[in-house]
Ligand binder design. Structure first.
Ligand code: NAP
Length: 280
């Protein structure tokens, strides 16, 4: 079984990006800038934002975090986004989710210029991706896609089963694999016989949020299994895939942690640099 080392692949990507940033700096005398807007003090969001800021600094991006208290008004946030949209030193804008309840998430997502939408959540980017046009792709599915492509260049005709249909993970993942000519099945909480669907798959991407949902006897021999899940349990952090069982059957599997997670951050940096290159 191939243990897909997302940490290592992400480190390689970050090294390449570091060089790219340095080259861009020599050519343009400018560096790409990533601005993260953080509202409230939820512990996981604080941790994610710190990780993103650290990674951005390490590859030489100009990184800024704008913090607002939980009580911040929607209007204040929208005005700040408008300001950032106009600021030429800002290449990418990310508003850390989830937002406090009184702030309309979709309004915030749509306020970000699609050319600076490094999360790839703006309807213009979602539409371009599903139409098969060039677009900014959400960081986690992009990371999964790069891991799959590293293992197998030609995915044409493969049967892919995506478990979970979130806008963040499942749907964009399906679009990326469809573009590669996979035959894609998107499953969700109302899917009948999820096990049987998974047993058909050459590629399984699990993005559900249920600890160890995908079992060893759900996986075809020689399948590639990508585990997006991050679930806190009594045994610590586990994925959506029963690692011990599935590792005995699959051809390749991502661990949790150390699989998809590090790729998400590397892809955020990648998207920021792409936005900068398009703007210049
Ligand atoms: P989400 O928005 O909660 O979506 C979960 C999806 O799973 C929904 O489409 C839901 O179906 C489906 N689902 C729920 N129960 C199911 C079942 N029994 N069988 C099949 N499908 C079922 O979750 P998400 O934001 O995509 O996140 C999924 C997981 O990935 C979480 O553990 C999250 O922490 C993790 N995550 C990891 C990263 C990373 O960087 N590694 C990034 C983001 C998220 P319905 O649509 O029918 O409700």
């Amino acid at each position: 079984m191939i243990l897909i080392d997302g940490k290592k692949v992400a480190a390689e990507i970050r090294e390449e990006l570091k060089k790219e940033v340095s080259d861009l700096k020599s050519k343009t005398n400018k560096v790409p800038g990533l601005t993260v807007v953080l509202i409230g003090d939820m512990a996981p969001s604080q941790i994610y934002v710190r990780m993103k800021e650290k990674a951005a600094n390490e590859v030489g991006l100009k990184s800024e975090v704008i913090r607002y208290p939980d009580s911040a008004e929607e209007k204040t946030v929208l005005e700040k986004i408008d300001e950032l949209n106009k600021d030429k030193s800002v290449s990418g804008i990310l508003v850390q989710l989830p937002l406090p309840k009184h702030i309309d998430k979709q309004k915030v997502i749509e306020a970000i210029s699609p050319t600076k939408d490094v999360d790839g959540f703006h309807p213009a980017n979602v539409g371009n991706l599903s139409s098969g046009y060039e677009s900014i792709v959400p960081c986690t599915p992009l990371g999964c896609y790069l891991l799959i492509k590293k293992l197998e260049k030609n995915l044409s005709g493969k049967k892919a089963v995506i478990v979970g249909r979130s806008n963040l993970n499942g749907k964009p993942m399906a679009q990326l694999l469809l573009k590669e000519n996979c035959t894609v099945t998107i499953t969700h909480s109302k899917t009948k016989d999820l096990k049987d669907e998974c047993l058909e798959a050459d590629i399984i991407v699990a993005a559900v949020g249920i600890p160890e949902l995908v079992k060893g006897d759900w996986v075809k021999k020689d399948a590639i299994v990508i585990d997006v899940g991050i679930n806190k349990t009594d045994k610590g952090i586990v994925g959506d895939v029963a690692f011990d069982e599935v590792s005995k059957v699959a051809k390749a599997l991502t661990p949790v942690p150390g699989g998809v997670g590090p790729m998400t951050i590397a892809c955020l940096l990648k998207n920021t640099i792409e936005c900068f290159k398009k703007a210049h």
